[in-house]
Design a binder for this molecule. Structure first.
Ligand code: CAA
Length: 387
């Protein structure tokens, strides 16, 4: 039976309730401190692991919770509503492991997905480089075959959760004469000799999630750590993004929902001119627009998630590439507008760190940039429409 489109099932609604309760109790109270101190919260990670929410997408056959793509979106959304940085735990665990789910041998899947499902290690994704951002295929990191091993050298940049993750799906050039078809994907471990990490980037937002370079200095790994066949790494990397741009959309939805909920509570309490500012139509229209944009982006995201789930179950979806870019672009643009309006609704207070909406506005910004800038998303969509 096909995975249903559009309508979340009752189990999805129950999942949302339980994740929201956990996020309100165990994540939200620490979100401001994680931002302020720029620290990854291992307590949040442990709380997510205890509830089996840290990598919900891992199939049951590898010891995971086996959540479908829509359930995974809902988990990320609800964690992001409380703390955007923390939502990168389930999101990046999915990003790092989808390349294996799509392309790795059974042996490799079993070897690496099980510890992720058990919460023993997180998985990051290393595609970008200092000179290869939007033009990901321009990467320079090399993997040279040496008997039953590959030797990797180069620098990966902007790697989410670098240093706190144990495992990395890392793309490197194995055949420099073959362009994108000369790129292969590997599993690299934090513990591999020659792996080190750059200093933490000093960012505008998502400060509770470290972003660092992954530096490879003669890292010698067994050849069986290659994901799929030589030269298929770039395709695997892009096919992965077809599934995981939807999780960035989910993060954006969650951030925006957090800001909208906070702003609605505020305008009902805050009094000016002798009455709650929620009585003023100018503000009512703002709130209505915020909720309308959010719901439109949410429906697009859920639709894309349903397509992703079908594709994962061997039913190729022609429009998945378009829909995942559209969802990521629409949700992140909506989140930027909604969080900016939330700051506006709180006036001067919104602009201070005494209220969470300024953090949400800063956190929202990254969703327009990573997993492909929104300009790249528009390019991807246009290519799909015009090909
Ligand atoms: N699925 C599978 N294969 C795909 C594909 C897809 N969605 N899109 C393209 N391909 C294949 C093409 O068919 C082609 O293969 P063949 O030569 O065999 O036909 C190959 O990949 C190269 O494709 P293009 O010629 O289209 O490649 P390009 O270089 O012109 O453009 C791009 C590709 C869309 C611009 C791509 O580079 C891109 O998406 N760039 C943005 C990079 C990005 O998103 N980075 C995110 C980093 S991860 C991150 O941010 C994570 C985080 O921190 C949380």
């Amino acid at each position: 039976m096909s995975f249903p489109l559009y309508a979340p099932a009752e189990e999805h609604d129950m999942l949302r309730e339980s994740v929201r309760a956990l996020a309100d109790e165990k994540i939200a109270p620490y979100a401001a401190a994680a931002d302020e101190n720029e620290e990854f919260s291992w307590d949040v990670y442990k709380a997510l692991v205890s509830a089996d929410l840290h990598a919900v997408h891992v199939p049951e056959q590898y010891g995971g919770a086996g959540a479908d793509a829509l359930a995974t979106v809902i988990v990320i959304e609800e964690v992001a509503r409380a703390c955007a940085s923390s939502s990168l735990i389930p999101a990046v665990n999915k990003l790092g492991t989808v390349p294996l789910l799509l392309s790795a041998s059974e042996e490799l899947k079993s070897r690496y997905l099980r510890p992720v499902a058990r919460g023993e290690g997180m998985f990051s994704y290393a595609l970008s480089e200092p000179e290869a951002g939007s033009d990901a295929a321009a990467m320079k990191t090399k993997a040279v075959a040496d008997g039953d091993f590959y030797v990797l050298n180069g620098t990966k940049m902007w790697i989410t959760n670098a240093g706190v993750s144990e495992y990395y799906t890392l793309m490197a050039v194995t055949d420099p004469s073959a362009g994108p078809r000369g790129i292969s994907a590997f599993v690299v471990e934090k513990a591999d000799e020659g792996v080190s990490f750059g200093p933490k980037e000093r960012k505008l937002g998502i400060k509770g999630s470290p972003t660092r370079q992954v530096i490879l200095d003669n890292v010698r790994i067994p050849a069986d750590r290659m994901i799929g066949a030589p030269g298929t790494g770039f395709k695997t990397a892009l096919a992965t993004l077809d599934h995981t741009r939807i999780t960035i959309a989910a993060q954006a939805l969650g951030i925006a929902q957090g800001a909208l909920d906070y702003a609605i509570g505020y305008v009902k309490e805050r009094k000016q001119f002798g009455r709650p500012i929620a009585d003023f139509q100018g503000l009512q229209f703002m709130v209505a627009d915020m909720a309308m944009k959010l719901e439109a982006a949410r429906q697009l995201t859920y639709h894309a998630a349903a397509k992703s789930e079908r594709a994962m179950h061997g039913e190729p979806q022609k429009d998945l590439t378009f829909l995942s870019s559209a969802a990521k672009c629409a949700a992140s643009d909506a989140a930027m507008e909604i969080t900016t309006d939330a700051v506006q609704l709180l006036g001067g207070y919104g602009y201070t760190k005494d209220f969470p909406v300024e953090r949400m506005m800063r956190d929202a910004k990254i969703t327009q940039i990573y997993e492909g800038t929104n300009q790249i998303q528009r390019m991807v969509m246009a290519r799909q429409l015009l090909k």
